[in-house]
Ligand binder design. Structure first.
Ligand code: 3PG
Length: 305
């Protein structure tokens, strides 16, 4: 059977090599479409039984074009790019690969924070992270890695996550908090790790951002959709001490950079999971899950049940 790997942002060559080995080792054929458009994906998927993507959109149009498609694996954590209802209607199993790229995202949080607080290495004196407060908004796999690394920096860490027990956070060296208001009011740095869902879209708004204490920094390596961009802009305009860092550029990025170049920091492209290790972990897990699903219906990480 044919398995399509369609990634606008390509995996590292070493990961592609491993994915090919897994797919061919199971007697299937790899079809690779890198840096392609949606039209390229649609053209390539028509006779494929499996599809592996990253943040690439998989919607009705793609599924209608793929009568043989049985399984889609999002090589990564967030699956807001996949229309789950359509997949279910088409009889397609959708899975993600939880945890496989979370360390890479967590390391970038600190890479970006250090770049910001050291004034982009422009020769002036910056500040340190040691002794500062960090609030982790959602304590999933990325949040846990952020907490682990923050401990090494000597930060004081709190987290909010209604799905995680207080004792689990305490065991990880993190202070549990129980409301967004508490999280944003009491931490100079807040790192976002919530998924983009109908409940979270636009939920990080002006009122919440303005709760941050003096010299507050909001860092978003999750999804741009969780931010209310008009509210973000208003908060940054009304509070000259606030800063915003994101690996998921807002639509208003150019406007913010022009207006307050020192107070915002964006990667040119979403780079959180873009390491050889994360690509290998997530890419190979995805390939194995597709192969197993086609062989015996494996569905452990199915998200459209
Ligand atoms: C994820 O949800 O796994 C991360 O946001 C990484 O996304 P990417 O594979 O598009 O880089």
């Amino acid at each position: 059977m044919k398995i399509l790997v369609a990634t606008e942002k390509p995996f590292a060559p070493v990961a592609v090599k491993g994915i090919k080995e897994v797919i061919e080792g199971a007697g299937h054929e790899l079809v690779l479409v890198e840096k392609g458009t949606k039209a390229d994906m649609i053209a390539a998927v028509k006779d494929c039984a499996g599809l592996i993507v990253r943040s690439d959109k998989v919607d009705k149009e793609v599924m209608d074009a793929a009568p043989e498609l049985k399984v889609v694996v999002r090589a990564g954590a967030g699956y807001d790019n996949i229309d789950l209802a359509e997949a279910t209607a088409h009889g397609i199993c959708v899975m993600n690969t939880p945890g496989q790229n979370s360390n890479a995202v967590a390391e970038l949080v600190f890479g970006m924070l250090v770049t910001l607080v050291r004034n982009r290495y422009n020769g002036t004196s910056g500040t340190e992270l040691k002794g500062k407060t960090l609030g982790i908004h959602a304590f999933g796999q990325v949040g846990r890695n952020v907490a682990r690394i923050a401990e090494g920096f000597g930060m004081s860490v709190s987290a909010l996550d209604p799905w995680v027990k207080d004792e689990d956070m305490i065991a990880a060296g993190v202070k549990p908090v129980h409301s967004v208001e508490e999280l944003y009011s009491n931490n100079q740095y807040v790192s976002l790790h919530i998924p983009a869902t109908s409940e979270t879209r636009g939920s990080v708004n002006q009122a919440l951002i303005e709760l941050l204490p003096k010299n507050g920094v909001l860092i978003n390596t999750a999804r741009k959709e969780v931010i209310d961009e008009a509210g973000l802009k208003a908060a940054l305009e009304s509070r000259a001490d606030l800063r915003y860092v994101a690996d998921v550029k807002p639509d208003i990025a150019d406007e913010l950079v022009a207006a307050m170049p020192e107070r915002v920091l964006f990667t040119p492209k979403k780079m959180g999971a873009q390491t050889a290790e994360a690509n290998i972990n997530a890419g190979l897990a995805a390939a194995r899950q597709v192969v197993e699903h086609l062989a015996n219906g494996f569905n452990r990480f199915q998200v459209n049940k």
